[in-house]
Write a protein that binds this ligand. Sequence first.
Ligand code: SF4
Length: 333
Amino acid sequence: MSRMAQAIEDREVVLEVNNLVKHFPIRGGLLKRETGKVHAVEDVSFVVHRGETFAIVGESGCGKSTTGKCVLRLIEPTAGEVKLNGNDFLSLTGDALTRERRKMTLVFQDPYSSLNPRMTVADIIAEPADIAGIFATREERDAHIEKVMESVGLDLAFKNRYPHEFSGGQRQRIGIARAIVLEPELVVCDEPVSALDVSVQAKVINLLQRLQREMGLAYIFISHDLSVVKHISDTVMVMYLGHQMELASKEELFDNPLHPYTKALLDVIPRIRSERIQDKHVLQGDVPSPTHPPVGCVFHTRCPFATDRCASEVPASHEVKPGHFCACHLYDE
Ligand code: SF4
């Protein structure tokens, strides 16, 4: 058995995130003084294993993309800990940061706007490797780019074409090729198929799964689409207004959801609802503003089970069953 296969079988942890917090200051007036803050991510903790897909789900604005960007340090977290292969990633600077950053990459939601329209496909894919300066010769570079193009199913005849000449699915293949060119260990996929037609979505998902098997990649898969998440994930975290509501294996979360918010999310998806007991939970009202999140449980303004306690006390995340975490007073005892 190869080292990579052994690591996957042993469920080796690639990424560990502890108590991650991200607040964006709001500034106003002539002096641009801080007048408040957006509570984008509050106290989020999870681990991602080699060769597995960790999905983050929730409505728009729940903090899932911000969590992914904080992990990659595309934006700096306000507080918390991010460990890559057991080492503190947030304290790295200079060359050490550049080196470790190559182990984590991002696939964007919109494959068109994320590709430079003035660069050829080969140059777009090669760009991260060119910046890292890893190729000694032009021949070495060309051979590697061709290998990557083949691995994502791009015809080599397209090497010198430009992004506008491709369909949405092909453009996402280019984005994925760019993300894996440096052979990373973890890829953050931020809504990678939500801009694509359903038939193309399946092909891109299959591609991501094949690359995961071949390269032992770990994914953080960010999505609002629970049908896609059910197909691709191993572990799922549900977020609401920046908070971690529930975290469990895919099977446990879809078969036995505990948190009222998770149940409501699952119940609005017919394909999934029909597989569950019909105790329908319908979400009422809108998501509150992250600049003034509700006191206590942030979900209490929409929760059908809310009590007085929920409006004053923040529920801690408890391990209700082995590996199944839920932040709700209903499961405190
Ligand atoms: Fe609902 Fe209270 Fe649980 Fe929050 S803590 S999800 S308001 S029952």
